[in-house]
Design a protein around this ligand. Structure first.
Ligand SMILES: C[S@@+](CC[C@H](N)C(=O)[O-])C[C@H]1O[C@@H](n2cnc3c(N)ncnc32)[C@H](O)[C@@H]1O
Length: 405
C-alpha cells in the first residue's frame, strides 16, 4: 500500500483482557473504528507508538501498521482515495431505501438524502393514526425498553421519534461520506483508555475522543481567566491539561461532577481541580463569574437543561469575549422551545452555532428498544433496522456570550 496514512477520526480505544499467553508487560487494547465497526487488538504501547508515528500522516512500515490499515484505524490521507469509498453502511442505506421506494439505486449524498426524505414522509403518514402512541407505551408484544414511560418523552410522540431518527441518519449521510482522519494528541488517547461505563441515571453519553479534542481546539484562546467544566464524562479536563503544550495551566481548570467513579478516574489523569457536587441546586457561589471559558453538555430533559444553563451563566466572567461552549441538539430536547427561552432568561445569546459538531456513540440498548418500538407501530423492520445501524448521534456546538445590557 502506497501513500500516507493517518488516524481515523472515528477512533475509540478500550482496554482488553490479557490472555494467558501474553506477558504482563503487554497490556492489550482494542482500537475500534466506530464508523465501520472494524477493530484491532494489539499491545497498548506498540499501538500508541504506531499512532504517534501516524499522527499527521506517515507511510506504512511493519506488520502492525498493515493490520491497522485493514482494521480502518489508519486511513489514507489523500482525499481522492478516501472519497472513492463511502462506508458500507451508506451503500446499504441506498440499497434498502431504493428497494423500499422502488427507485433506481444511486450512491451519492444528494440521492440518499432525497430518498430519506421521501421515506420519512411515508413513515409519518403511516403512523398518523389516532392513539398510535399507546402501541409504543403499552405494546401488544412486550419488548425491552430502556426508558420508563415518564422519562422518555420521544416515546409519547411517534411522529417526533420518526423525525429524530431521520434527522440523525441525514446528518450521518452528510457528515460521514468520507472517513476523515484526525491529528490526535496521543497523550490524551493514552489517558482516556478505560473510562467508566456511561450511566443512564446521570444522563451520561460521552462524545467521541476526536470530538473532545476538537471542542478544546475550538475554545483555545490566549489569556483568559480559566476554564470551568460542568460535568465531565467527555474528559474535557484531561484534554485541556495533558501533554507538554497543554492548553491550560492546572490551576486554571475547575471541574464539577456528580459521578464519584468518574471523579476517581479523572483524578489520576487530569491536572485540573476536581470538585464533587450536584449542580441541580445551582453553581456554588465560590465559582461565580470567574471563568472566561465554560464547557457543558447538559441533559436533554427540560429541568436539567434549564438548571445547567443557569450554572453556565453564573460561572461566566464579565470579561469581554467570555464564552460558554454548550453542546446540544435543540430539536431532540424534551422541550425545544424552552432551550431558547432558558438562554434568554439567563441573559445568554448565541454568537456562533456549529452544526453537528459533536459525535456520540449511540448505545446498543436504546437502539434496540427504538427498533422494537418502531416495529410495534407497524414500520418495516427491513428499513428501520438499517436506519438504526447508524452508529452515531450528533449535537451542535453553541458558543454563547452574555447579552450586553
Ligand atoms: C449531563 S451529562 C451529559 C448528557 C448528554 N449530553 C445527554 O445526551 O443527555 C454530562 C455530565 O454531567 C454529569 N452530571 C449529571 N448530572 C449532574 C449534576 N446534577 N451535577 C453535576 N454533574 C452532573 C454527568 O455525570 C456527566 O458527566
Amino acid at each position: 500500500m502506497n501513500g500516507e496514512f493517518a488516524i481515523t477520526t472515528h477512533l475509540d480505544l478500550l482496554p482488553s483482557q490479557r490472555t494467558t499467553h501474553e506477558s504482563p508487560k503487554e497490556e492489550p487494547i482494542l482500537a475500534i473504528n466506530l464508523l465501520t465497526g472494524r477493530r484491532l487488538r494489539a499491545p497498548r504501547e506498540a499501538l500508541l507508538q504506531l499512532l504517534e508515528r501516524h499522527r499527521l500522516g506517515a507511510s506504512l512500515r511493519g506488520d502492525l501498521a498493515e493490520r491497522a490499515v485493514h482494521a480502518d484505524i489508519l486511513r489514507p490521507v489523500e482525499e481522492s482515495q478516501a472519497l472513492l469509498s463511502p462506508c458500507d453502511l451508506l451503500a446499504e442505506l441506498d440499497r434498502v431505501l431504493s428497494r423500499y421506494l422502488a427507485q433506481p439505486r444511486h450512491l451519492s449524498p444528494e440521492s440518499i438524502l432525497d430518498k430519506l426524505d421521501r421515506c420519512r414522509q411515508d413513515f409519518a403518514r403511516r403512523v398518523a393514526v389516532p392513539g398510535i402512541e399507546d402501541r409504543l407505551l403499552h405494546p401488544q408484544q412486550p419488548f425491552h425498553k430502556v426508558y420508563d414511560e415518564e422519562s422518555h418523552y420521544l416515546w409519547h410522540d411517534p411522529q417526533r421519534l420518526i423525525e429524530t431518527v431521520f434527522a440523525t441518519v441525514s446528518l450521518f449521510v452528510q457528515r460521514e461520506w468520507t472517513d476523515a482522519t484526525y491529528p490526535f494528541d496521543i497523550e490524551f488517547l493514552r489517558l482516556a483508555i478505560g473510562r467508566p461505563r456511561a450511566l443512564l441515571e446521570y444522563e451520561q453519553q460521552p462524545c467521541l475522543l476526536s470530538t473532545t479534542l476538537e471542542r478544546c481546539r475550538l475554545a483555545r484562546r490566549d489569556g483568559g481567566t480559566g476554564y470551568l467544566v460542568l460535568g465531565d464524562d467527555d474528559l474535557i479536563s484531561v484534554a485541556l491539561t495533558c501533554g507538554p503544550n497543554s492548553q491550560a495551566r492546572p490551576d486554571d481548570v475547575d471541574v464539577i461532577e456528580l459521578d464519584e467513579r468518574l471523579l476517581q478516574f479523572l483524578a489520576g489523569r487530569t491536572l485540573a481541580t476536581l470538585h464533587s457536587g450536584d449542580l441541580t441546586a445551582g453553581l456554588p457561589a465560590k465559582f461565580h463569574h470567574r471563568y472566561t471559558t465554560v464547557f457543558t453538555d447538559p441533559m436533554y430533559l427540560a429541568e436539567g437543561m434549564h438548571g445547567f444553563i443557569g450554572c453556565c451563566r453564573q460561572g461566566l466572567s464579565f470579561d469581554r469575549g467570555s464564552r460558554v461552549f454548550l453542546s446540544t441538539c435543540p430539536e431532540q430536547l424534551q422541550h425545544p422551545a424552552q432551550f431558547w427561552q432558558s438562554l434568554a432568561a439567563h441573559g445568554l445569546q448565541v454568537s456562533r452555532q456549529h452544526k453537528a459538531f459533536s459525535r456520540y456513540r449511540l448505545p446498543q440498548s436504546p437502539r434496540q428498544a427504538t427498533l422494537e418500538g418502531l416495529t410495534q407501530i407497524g414500520l418495516p423492520a427491513a428499513v428501520t433496522s438499517t436506519l438504526l445501524s447508524v452508529p452515531y448521534l450528533y449535537a451542535d456546538m453553541f458558543e454563547l456570550e452574555s447579552v450586553v445590557a
